[in-house]
Design a protein around this ligand. Structure first.
Ligand SMILES: NC(=O)c1ccc[n+]([C@@H]2O[C@H](COP(=O)([O-])OP(=O)(O)OC[C@H]3O[C@@H](n4cnc5c(N)ncnc54)[C@H](OP(=O)(O)O)[C@@H]3O)[C@@H](O)[C@H]2O)c1
Length: 277
């Protein structure tokens, strides 16, 4: 496993397993673009954004300033709930593309399963993919029954489900569901938004390998075959978060971390079954 390692999606598109999350980097578009550019200089090639992050323009600017060939980058963005409720999914996508200043995205996701609308939205994503504007399409915050509804439509099976995933929220049932249906699980909030930095048990495991608790968490995610997109605004942490390829957790340490699951979300108000936003 290396920083360049990719996972093949169900349509053959390859997603870099370690990416860079761009939510809430800074209120300044310029600082956001600078941070994303820094991440790309460190080797990150997979950028995760969303229309609700209000930073797609900064992502696009960083992509252009990097000078990297578009084909070497993997850019994800997401359809927000209000655009689903207003039945303007296709226009919302075109607006995202225009803010990004790109000809296509690599992955387009339904951000949340808006009840009564996500099947219709999925048809629009299928159209977007058929038009060559998204290389792959998927979902986020979908529980198995939501994905079942999409699969029952008989068209495209979502390539990815981006879902909260970290040691206290390791979603064993969702993980086996995704594996069984060929849906790649992508960890959002992979550091539990920072709660593991001083975790004694993870710190102790890290000491054995000369790594931090945060690096242990990310390595555990990679070894589970999960795509992960840690966010940091700070260069030294961006570097820490990608210095994961010179050690391997042994099976006992993997099992210790597996046992930390509490099904505990760090954002309990944002539940896929009850959200109202
Ligand atoms: N699909 C969804 O609904 C959804 C929801 C949430 C997030 N996401 C995506 O997932 C990405 C990651 O999630 P997230 O940003 O919420 O949380 P996260 O990556 O779990 O954690 C980010 C927090 O951890 C801190 N941090 C990062 N690296 C660190 C390190 N090495 N040592 C100590 N602290 C560290 C960051 O602070 P500093 O920045 O100050 O370093 C920040 O406060 C987002 O950026 C977004 O792309 C998607």
């Amino acid at each position: 496993m290396t920083f360049e390692t990719t996972i093949e999606l169900n349509n053959g598109v390859k997603i870099p397993q370690l990416g860079y999350g761009t939510a809430l980097i800074s209120e300044s578009q310029e600082e956001t673009a600078d941070a994303i550019l820094r991440a790309m200089e460190l080797g990150y090639r997979h950028l995760d954004t969303a229309s609700i992050y209000y930073n797609e323009a900064a992502v696009g600017e960083a992509v252009r300033r990097s000078g990297l060939p578009r084909s070497e980058l993997f850019v994800t963005t997401k359809l927000w709930t209000t655009d689903m409720r207003a039945e303007r999914e296709y226009d919302a996508f075109r607006e995202s593309l225009s803010r990004l200043g790109l000809d296509y995205v690599d992955l387009y996701l339904i951000h949340w399963p808006v009840r009564g609308r996500y099947q219709k939205s999925w048809e629009v994503l299928e159209r977007i993919q058929a038009e060559g504007l998204a290389r792959a399409i998927g979902v986020s915050n979908f529980n198995p029954h939501h994905i079942d509804d999409l699969i029952a439509m008989g068209g495209t099976v979502p390539a990815v489900n981006q879902y909260q995933f970290h040691p206290q929220m390791s979603c064993p049932d969702l993980r086996s569901y995704c594996r069984a249906h060929g849906v790649v699980l992508e960890a959002c909030q992979p550091l539990g938004q920072g709660i593991y930095v001083d975790d004694p048990a993870l710190g102790e495991i890290g000491q054995k390998y000369g790594k931090s608790a945060v690096q242990v968490v990310l390595r555990w995610e990679l070894q589970h075959g999960v795509v992960t997109i840690p966010k940091s605004s700070r260069a030294e942490r961006m570097r820490e978060n990608c210095s994961l390829f010179d050690f391997e957790l042994n099976s006992e340490d993997m099992a210790v971390i597996d046992r930390m699951n509490l099904d505990r979300s760090v954002t309990p108000d944002a539940d896929p079954e009850t959200f109202t936003f």
